[in-house]
Design a protein around this ligand. Structure first.
Ligand code: C2E
Ligand code: MG
Ligand code: MG
Length: 501
């Protein structure tokens, strides 16, 4: 696809731009045109400058035939002239507002670089097995005058679009190395820091030279520096990336893939990238204890990482149950609000000096003790069932909602589950369907007071339920079958329907 430019007559020119990134991308082209027009030139010994006024119409939003589009672009151009010349205007007000906001932000960001308005915060990473801080991720913040602390999500994309990310990214790299060196000297210790790197820094920013330069400048051990790259930046130019990464790796720097699982990693490439670590994206961690698909993805990533001799870290860990799940499945490290938010440097330093540790999640209990989980929204029923079954020596856990049930399953090794069908937020059958995938080796028994058998039949046919009883249940039969459940739990369990009256 090509752009077209032509002269309309007099001092009027028209350009047709094809912008797959969307109409706002016209602003970049317009800026370039204005900039080159503004450049002074020599006219028979006189220095002359020109300005341009530019109007923009957008196909198909503003019109779908050439005449309309030309007419609207013309109208927009006159508005640009009215605005004092050397300006541009879109035909629609909404597009104008957007592009002006973007322009304001860009100007403010350029100023932020000059005035050094950026700061780094540090979010600790924790080794799950030892509970100790294993390092931190450096995350940029913008102390924008009049706006407080601005999140990177709001300005990184524009820094990338404008190419300013190279300067800012180099600043981040330099600051991170400076902190590593400072902490080393100040007796805080050898702190591993990771830095987020944008794909643009890779290709146009001369990342390799930059890294070498700052490492020499601050004389830091290379293994203390880790670069976090996203899948998309790795994949967008894979062959070149492999070369650059190999050089960085040869220096001794560590490399991890951020937000792993959200991009389209090619597994064929994955094994060729010289990476050390995968970071499981927060999107899969959020519901890892209750959503079987997320749990399956997290498990697959952990297993894949380990079988490729890579380390694996989960980000966005907020709950104890998530941590318990990750620990149980041998995830190496965690990062998230559960342990700490990203902190200003003094606070992070203090945390290191105090040797703050991650509390182990509520312990799993004796591993071999037979454990029964009872889920029922009716508290009275929970009491009756637990009292009755406690006589058989099981460790009994109770939950009044499916959510509590998932939490308990994340924390504990449960063999047999007894669940009521009729619960307000999630039915027993849905709970069991999920548990079937989350904890497949449990033996699952359903109790139901009501007679709509179809969801139950379906759950049985899916293998989500191993036994089914109607309420009121008969103590002796239930007891015997729970006992049998514990016996069968280790074996392959068949599906048997027992209705007791
Ligand atoms: P990221 O690299 O995936 O960083 C993790 C983000 O998750 C951070 O957001 C962090 O504050 C947030 N987070 C950590 N723990 C939790 C948690 O338990 N729950 C929730 N809900 N969020 C958690 P932040 O600091 O806003 O950064 C957002 C993104 O901006 C980063 O995602 C990264 O892609 C980018 N970024 C940040 N600093 C830089 C930088 O210096 N350079 C570049 N290129 N990108 C950066
Ligand atoms: Mg990151
Ligand atoms: Mg991430």
């Amino acid at each position: 696809m090509r752009d077209t430019i032509g002269r309309f007559g007099g001092d009027e020119f028209a350009a047709i731009l094809i912008l797959p990134e969307g109409p706002q991308a016209a602003v970049t082209v317009v800026d370039k045109i204005r900039e080159s027009m503004r450049r002074p030139f020599d006219l028979r010994g006189h220095e002359v400058t020109l300005t341009s006024s530019i109007g923009i119409s957008v196909y198909p939003d503003d019109g779908d035939d050439p005449d309309t589009l030309i007419q609207y672009a013309d109208t927009a151009m006159y508005r640009a002239k009215e605005a004092g010349r050397d300006a541009f205007r879109f035909f629609t007000a909404e597009m104008n507002a957007q592009s002006i906001a973007r322009l304001d932000l860009e100007i403010a960001l350029r100023r932020a670089i000059e005035n050094e308005e950026f700061v780094l915060h540090f979010q600790p990473k924790v080794n799950i097995a030892t509970g100790r801080i294993s390092g931190a991720e450096a995350l940029i913040r913008w102390r924008r005058p009049g706006h407080g602390m601005v999140s990177p999500a709001l300005f990184i994309p524009l820094l990338e679009e404008t190419g300013l990310i190279v300067r800012v990214g180099n600043w981040v790299l330099r600051e991170a190395c400076r902190k590593i060196a400072e902490w080393g000297k100040a007796g805080v210790g050898a702190v591993h820091l990771s830095v987020n790197v944008s794909g643009i820094q890779f290709f146009v920013g001369g990342l390799e030279e930059e890294v070498l330069k700052v490492m020499r400048e601050f004389d830091i051990a290379p293994e203390l520096l880790e670069l976090e790259l996203t899948e998309s930046s790795l994949m967008s130019n894979a062959e070149e990336t492999i070369t650059v990464l190999q050089h960085l790796k040869a220096l001794g720097i560590r490399i991890s893939i951020d937000d792993f699982g959200t991009g389209y990693s090619s597994l064929a490439y994955l094994k060729r990238f010289p990476i050390d670590k995968l970071k499981i994206d927060i999107a899969f961690v959020r519901e890892v204890t209750s959503n079987p698909d997320d749990a399956a993805i997290v498990l697959a990533i952990i297993n894949m990482a380990h079988s490729m001799q890579l380390e694996v870290i989960a980000e966005g860990v907020e709950k104890d149950a998530q941590l318990a799940y990750l620990r149980r499945h041998n995830c190496d490290e965690m990062q998230g609000y559960l342990f700490s938010r990203p902190l200003p440097e003094e606070e992070f330093e203090q945390m290191l000096r105090q040797g703050q540790c991650l509390q182990s999640p509520q312990e799993l209990g004796v591993l071999n003790q037979p454990t029964l989980l009872i889920v029922d929204d009716d508290a009275f029923m929970l009491d009756v069932l637990s009292d009755f079954l406690a006589q058989d020596g099981y460790r009994i856990l109770t939950a009044q909602t499916a959510a509590e049930g998932f939490d308990l399953l994340a924390h504990n090794h449960v063999q047999v589950i007894l669940c009521d069908q009729c619960m307000p937020s999630m039915s027993g059958t849905e709970f069991m369907e999920r548990v079937k995938n989350l904890a497949p080796d449990t033996f699952r028994i359903m109790l139901s007071a009501y007679t709509d058998l179809s969801p139950i039949m379906e759950a049985i046919n899916h293998g989500a339920i191993d036994r089914f009883y109607t309420k009121p249940w008969q103590g002796a039969v239930l007891r015997e079958n729970i006992r049998e459940g514990f016996r069968l739990q280790t074996q392959q369990h068949g599906t048997v329907l027992l209705a007791s009256h």
